[in-house]
Write a protein that binds this ligand. Sequence first.
Ligand code: ADP
Length: 319
Amino acid sequence: MKKIGVLTSGGDAPGMNAAIRAVVRKCIYHNIEVYGIKNGYQGLIDGNIEKMEIGSVGDIIQRGGTKLYSARCEEFKTDAGQEKGIEQLKKFGIEGLVVIGGDGSFRGAQKLTEKGYPCVGVPGTIDNDIPGTDFTIGFDTALNTIIEAIDKIRDTATSHERTYVIEVMGRNAGDLALWAGLADGAETILIPEAEDDFADVIARLKRGHERGKKHSIIILAEGVGSGIEYGERIQDETKLETRVTVLGHIQRGGSPTAADRVLASRLGAKAVDLLLGGKAGRMVGIQNNELVDHDIEKVLTDKHAINMEMYKLSKELSI
Ligand code: ADP
């Protein structure tokens, strides 16, 4: 393999730039030409492709977002769209592709691999919802952004007697909510993977109130439902003043944490190693701090599992 391409696709995540940098530098280290494809699969179809040099990825390791931009592209879900993409890759002589993104993006990579075009996936999403890896790129940064926000809410919360409902991202996964709740000592953590008894949540809030607790924090994963609606239900039931904060896209931005930069560097480099070793249709990941790779097909059919032991612990610590 003499030429490799790299793209970022789907929802962006802090640390994607560090992954791009690792792919580019690792290729150049091995005397392989590397091409950046802008705007994900849309850019692939459009031929929005340019050669990258060592300097192309200078000064980006610390930046959020993605230098290659990201996009969602419906056309790429069709055979015709995928064929157009392969044509462009062939035109540039690119023989293998690194796809940095979430499960949707991996479906695209899987389709290309099925059509005989070698791809390797790198998990980049704040949601941490990809099977086969303990962590995805961006999760740690988003988590720290949430913690910072909750700490600030806590400061104002102690001045008033209130209940706070904080809605965090995560799509169908509760990882961000669980980790943030545990890290911030939230009274209640609501995740889609576990049913929470509303009566129990109310009882806990009332108990805390009677104990003289100044404020209570409920973290709700977006996969559970609307924080605003939940807040209204809580207020109606407890008669305690309840405020809702939907953190939104703030969670996707910011400079990546050291953990995300290191993870992205390791995974990006590993993806290049796999392609150079003749492997395709794989996703790189990290499990027990070891780099691993799995069949993308299996990643797409397996279900991400949240750490239920941690969920149980969060309940034990928020009595
Ligand atoms: P994420 O990668 O963050 O999960 P999406 O689910 O939006 O984000 O997927 C990103 C892009 O991947 C889509 O816009 C589309 O171009 C491509 N993609 C998603 N599903 C498929 C599919 N079944 N076949 C081919 N490409 C797909």
